[in-house]
Design a protein around this ligand. Structure first.
Ligand code: K7E
Ligand code: CUA
Length: 641
């Protein structure tokens, strides 16, 4: 066989050529429009379009190559970054932590996935949380808030594939709760309230029959979607609000009055053509106080097996929801850091629609029409998806089809909407390629500081060394401290980090060794009490029904037991407690040829339940390099016939 000629140039130039870009855009046009959509959208000014080469637009900076980037993002050995970046892990089902501006990946937090590094999905605790599921699709990570900024307590993340919300405790950076969201499919946008750790609002993107028990299978007009409120402290479902159309991205205001949900399929279609039929869709605005009042007054129903109270808000504008008309298939909705404006991206329209949140009270009171809450609608480029803010009155919208970041000024956009001759577009920057989410440092808080912007690009194509069919994504870091956007870093990312938030490091504080008062330890302590065991001191085998419980301590470089005996086919639960009280002194526990491998951090207890295999000797061993005698940290599981 002769080797295939590589289709990518061996040394890719940092900037793609025009033809390549156009080819790529053609692909995306076909993807989004099914080839049926006309891209000659009227009135698109500035920036790149499909008919223009990159850098050809008015006010356009061209493709930044990041030649100066190194010095700006360089964080010297031994020095810490200024920000934590919390990245969703997309199809991997995890969360990642990056340092910003270095973009060094610091940690992966397994959430909905099975993780060999930590044993997440195999330990008894994580298995119970996951309920037998092993995949996830995380899109949106947000931290808990108090008074409009991060309070350093929790990270929340959605699972689109299995309709769940998970919570990570920041002190340990481990998942402590996962909740199934009833009557929902495609849980997509989530957002915690910002005035306090209150509700986390979760959107179901896919409409289904209600309840989805076999009825109305072929009657899509009867399908509905849920906007679900989960208590951010207890992780219980408090209520659901049922609406027509689907729900996509989510945002909350800064006062606790409203939440927002984009609806790209107001048509209620089930095929691509049907979903794209209307020129106008809407963004739902939920009146949280009115919904709570209905829940308190018992004006609710239940749907299916779930006991959660459901407020029925179907049928258009009412006391619970108002629909802001937004052209066309809106995607992202983001709130400006001063709490004044909700910015809604058009996706298939070149515009973003700006709503003044203070006007919504009059909308719900019936004093003004919902369209009168719109105060601006600047044209920002083809395919606007998400918007970040710098705290200086500027917004940065990711433009998917153009592969551009557009910086625009909110006050100027409002003035232009009133008819003044001002151009709200401040600057544009080509990114590489097909940007989805964007976010800026502290942008989702009242403390937005306008230093760094990330553009999470969906494709890297030829940007890096070719690595086979599946390529990394490309997360680009942009310095926004000046007037222009300065691309300073490319960061290849394991697919697919849809979204990220960038958090000042002084707001995050984590433990060095485990806090044994954490709720998770009650489970192991209850078992130990039942068996007369002290977890920190004792290593002992206890018969349990037809199986065994093996309590074992670990302290470098020894496990508390050098051997234990089991019968072939017997169920074995191994409970390991790490006595080491030293930062970073982690042990692992793996059992040869039994598919068992998990982590025990300093002062931690973890357990795994498995079945002993065929008779023989099976070494269990420590998997984490913990001591000069680490390789000797092992023992025998002796399996008898
Ligand atoms: Cu725009 Cu899931 Cu936030 Cu992806 S969503 S881009
Ligand atoms: Cu303990 Cu290696």
């Amino acid at each position: 066989m002769s080797p295939q000629k590589p289709t990518n140039p061996p040394a890719s130039p940092p900037v793609q050529d025009d033809a390549s870009r156009r080819r790529f855009l053609g692909l995306s046009t076909a993807l989004v429009g099914g080839g049926a959509l006309a891209w000659s959208l009227p009135g698109c000014t500035g920036g790149t379009t499909t008919s223009q080469p990159p850098g050809g637009g008015e006010g356009h900076e061209g493709v930044a190559t990041g030649h100066e980037g190194g010095s700006k993002t360089h964080v010297a050995p031994g020095k810490h970054d200024d920000y934590y970046g919390f990245w969703s892990g997309g199809q991997s089902g995890e969360i990642r932590i990056l340092g910003v501006p270095s973009m060094r990946e610091l940690k992966r937090i397994p959430v909905f996935n099975r993780d060999s590094t930590t044993g997440w999905g195999q330990t008894d605790f994580s298995k119970a949380l996951l309920g037998g599921r092993s995949v996830g699709d995380t899109h949106h990570v947000h931290l808990s808030y108090t008074d409009g900024t991060y309070d350093g307590r929790y990270v929340y993340v959605n699972d689109k594939v299995n309709a769940r919300l998970a919570r990570v405790r920041i002190a340990t950076m481990e998942v402590d709760k996962i909740v199934d969201i009833p009557n929902s499919q495609g849980t997509h946008g989530i957002f915690p309230q910002r005035h306090k750790t209150g509700l986390v609002l979760c959107n179901s993107e896919f409409r289904t029959p209600m309840p989805n028990d076999g009825r109305d299978l072929d009657d899509p007009k009867k399908y509905a979607a849920m906007h679900t409120a989960i208590d951010g402290e207890t992780m219980e479902v408090k209520w659901q609000c049922m609406v027509d159309g689907n729900l996509d991205l989510c945002a909350t205001d800064y006062t606790g009055d409203y939440s927002f949900a984009c609806c790209y399929n107001s048509e209620g279609g089930v095929t691509l053509e049907e979903m794209m039929a209307a020129d106008q869709d809407w963004v739902y605005c939920f009146n949280l106080k009115a919904i709570q009042a209905a829940v308190d007054a018992g004006k609710t129903m239940t749907v299916g097996d779930s006991k959660a109270p459901v407020v029925d808000a179907r049928g258009g504008d009412n006391e619970f929801v108002q629909r802001v008309p937004v052209p066309k298939s809106p995607h992202g909705v983001n709130i400006s850091p001063d709490g004044k404006y909700a910015v809604m991206c058009g996706k298939l329209s070149p515009t973003v629609t700006v709503v003044e949140i203070s006007r919504l009270a009059d909308v719900f009171a019936g004093k003004i029409k919902v369209a009168d809450a719109i105060v601006a609608q600047p044209e920002v480029g083809l395919g606007p998806l998400h918007t970040a803010f710098d705290g200086r009155g500027n917004a940065y919208t990711s433009i998917f089809l153009d592969s551009v970041m557009t910086k625009w000024n909110i006050d100027k956009a409002i003035a232009a909407y009133k008819g003044e001759q001002v151009d709200p577009i401040v600057a544009k920057l080509d990114v590489h390629y097909q940007v989805g989410h964007t976010n800026a440092s502290m942008s989702e808080t009242k403390d937005a500081d306008g230093k760094w912007l990330v553009a999470l690009c969906k494709f890297s194509k030829d940007r890096y060394l070719p690595v086979g069919l599946q390529k990394p994504e490309n997360d680009q870091l942009i310095d926004i401290s000046g007037d222009k956007l300065d691309l300073v870093h490319d960061g290849p990312a394991h697919p697919e980090p849809h979204d990220a938030v960038i958090v000042r490091k002084d707001l995050i504080s984590t433990l060095q060794v485990n806090d044994r008062t954490d709720e998770r330890f009650r489970m192991y302590e209850a078992w130990a009490a039942e068996d007369g065991i002290k977890l920190m001191d004792d290593s002992k085998v206890i018969p349990k029904g037809k199986g065994l419980r093996v309590y074992m301590t670990s302290q470098a470089p020894k496990f508390g037991l050098t051997e234990f005996r089991v019968k072939s086919g017997q169920q074995v639960q191994v409970i390991v407690t790490n006595r080491d009280n030293v930062e970073d002194l982690t042990h692992g526990f793996a059992v040869s040829n039994h598919d068992v491998n998990f982590i025990i951090n300093p002062q931690d207890t973890q357990s795994v339940t498995f079945t002993a295999g065929k008779p023989g000797v099976y070494w269990y061993y420590c998997t984490w390099f913990c001591h000069a005698m680490h390789l000797e940290m092992r023992g025998r599981m002796i399996v008898e016939a």
